[in-house]
Write a protein that binds this ligand. Sequence first.
Ligand SMILES: [Zn+2]
Length: 236
Amino acid sequence: MQILASKFIYPADVVNMEATLSPFRNMMIQLSFFQKNDFLQMDHRKIKKISDSFNIVIPTVHAPTVDIFNHEFFDIIKMIKDFYKVSLITIHPQKGDDVIALAKFGEYASVIDNLGVTLAYENFPSRIGRRKWIHLAQEMYVKFDLSFLKITFDTSHLDDPKSCVDEFEAVADKVAVIHLSDQDGENQHQPLGTGKVPYKQFMRHLEEVGFSGPIVIEYMPEYESRLVSDVNGFLL
Ligand SMILES: [Zn+2]
């Protein structure tokens, strides 16, 4: 299985990129970005160069807050593809109308196919997802009928953490990325084993069904050392 650590990069990190990336030497990571304008100003050549020098492999990138409604959307997707040589990209759905979003994807289908990227939309819980054009994995499953539109299945963003395996099974053939962390219904992105996600059962299930995409362990920043040891523990 492909088990990765998620590492958010903020503008302040780029100044001392060596120190930021050093704990992840010889690992596979998902590089994650937050604000679109920060992303556009970062020195991505430098980030990639230091990752390479630390033997850090980046199979997938979490895009900054940008969606099909923004005019910079394709520029940012293209930057991710060009700088990081990554074609599997997680996107947080933004505010908007689902009919307009899906019509735009239809309109740009050949552009996206030519770019050769897969856009994996991340699910969000009902309580914070309602303002987004799409937020539940099951809704994505029904509405995504273009080959490049997939799902990033985030266990911290499930309404009911205990239903993790069933919810995954209901959408499994459109899941391209898994974001794995624990939650207790209130706190998200907690270390595995501290909340209500049956992660051992879920991992066994993923192994049984032969899930081949990236499984990204994603914790709040304060748990970074735990993140590194948990990822390495899975790989033992
Ligand atoms: Zn996530």
